[in-house]
Write a protein that binds this ligand. Structure first.
Ligand SMILES: [Zn+2]
Length: 112
């Protein structure tokens, strides 16, 4: 029941780039104590890339609502909206990555 969500060409390119960056990062850092192994995350990243071209990217797999762009920027391979994700509590990795990125953002915004 994947809903479609039209993104502009620019938005698609931006998210593709984010996903590629994430893919590179996962491949270079490996597990870093994640619950999921890097292979599973890479599968999600590739799935998300395909979804971008199928216009199904950014819609929650659980409830079908739009996933906030803020969330997609933080977790480009997110399959669920934050509400469903919290409910599912499956992807501890995402939280860890969020924390990690948040701390990096804070560092950057404090020094910048
Ligand atoms: Zn949802």
């Amino acid at each position: 029941m994947a809903r479609t969500r039209s993104l502009s060409k620019k938005q698609k390119e931006r998210f593709i780039r984010l996903l590629c960056d994430e893919e590179t990062k996962i491949q270079s850092i490996g597990r870093v104590g994640l619950d999921k192994n890097e292979g599973e995350i890479l599968v999600l990243i590739r799935k998300a890339k395909r979804a971008i071209w199928n216009d199904t990217y950014g819609t929650c797999q659980e409830c079908g609502s739009d996933i906030a762009f803020d969330r997609l920027r933080e977790v480009p391979h997110a399959q669920n909206c934050l509400r469903c994700q919290t409910k599912l509590e499956q992807h501890h990795y995402e939280n860890q990555m969020l924390e990690f990125r948040k701390s990096q953002h804070e560092k950057i915004s404090k020094t910048g």
